[in-house]
Write a protein that binds this ligand. Structure first.
Ligand code: G3H
Length: 247
């Protein structure tokens, strides 16, 4: 089964209109490999602005949303609102949501379920902390995070899993291709055993954590790495190189 390469740029809480115009410029200039699905995660307030400027081939993602469609939840946005402005993706369970804002597995899973039920595509993020890796708990942690989400997913066709070891995010310490491949392969085996062979072979599992123009080609050669979720480098022209890693 061939899985389309998928590259997401997570802008996090960065940028303003001027910066967005600059990013749009280098994305338009590309050229971006047309075989790659490209999605950029934009701060909520700029979703519509970025969507209107970006080339049609680049999709837009919200970076978070809540688990219900509307109500008294000050400061939150819902999947219904994201859809309403024509945005099709949402990133959920990012390590910053988990570790800065205290989101637990249960909340992340509820958000994933509701976003999918609302018709959005979801990037579901998982990943272990440094002390967990050093304590030999990587598999236990990522399987536990995946199970919480998997238990609530009815249709996997709109799900991308992002494996992002927390120790590699924004640190310049990328996982080696072998380290990332090992976890991706284990995750695929887990999906095969606990969901289905079809879901295991068709679901994109992308890597995130200090991906750059310099390391993306080696990472992209691994058979179970189906793309990237890129933070810092997605704000720079080198993002084009990362999109084209397999070209
Ligand atoms: O969502 C993206 C990840 O947090 C990776 O961020 P980074 O590429 O800046 O390490």
């Amino acid at each position: 089964m061939s899985r389309n390469f998928w590259v997401g740029g997570n802008w996090k809480m960065n940028g303003d209109k001027k910066v967005i115009e600059g990013i749009v410029e280098f994305l338009k200039a590309g050229p971006l490999d047309p075989a790659v699905e490209v999605v950029v995660g934009v701060p909520a307030i700029y979703l519509e602005y970025a969507k209107n400027l970006l080339p049609q081939s680049v999709a837009v993602a919200a970076q978070n949303c809540y688990k219900v469609s509307k109500g008294a939840f000050t400061g939150e946005i819902s999947p219904a609102m994201i859809s309403d402005i024509g945005v099709k993706w949402v990133i959920l369970g990012h390590s910053e949501r988990r570790h800065v804002f205290g989101e637990n597995n249960e909340l992340v899973a509820e958000k994933v379920a509701h976003a999918l039920d609302s018709g959005l595509h979801v990037v579901a993020c998982i990943g272990e902390k440094l002390e967990e890796r050093e304590g030999g708990k990587t598999e236990e942690v990522v399987f536990h995070q995946t199970k919480a989400i998997a238990d609530k997913i009815k249709d996997w066709s709109k799900v991308v899993i992002a494996y992002e070891p927390v120790w590699a995010i924004g640190t310049g310490k990328t996982a080696t291709p072998q380290q990332a491949q090992e976890v991706h392969k284990k995750l695929r085996e887990w999906l095969s055993q606990h969901v289905s062979d079809k879901v295991a072979s068709e679901t994109r599992i992308v890597y995130g954590g200090s991906v750059t123009g310099a390391n993306c080609v080696e990472l992209s050669k691994e058979p179970d790495i189906d793309g990237f979720l890129v933070g810092g480098a997605s704000l720079k022209p080198e993002f084009v190189q990362i999109v084209n890693a397999r070209k």
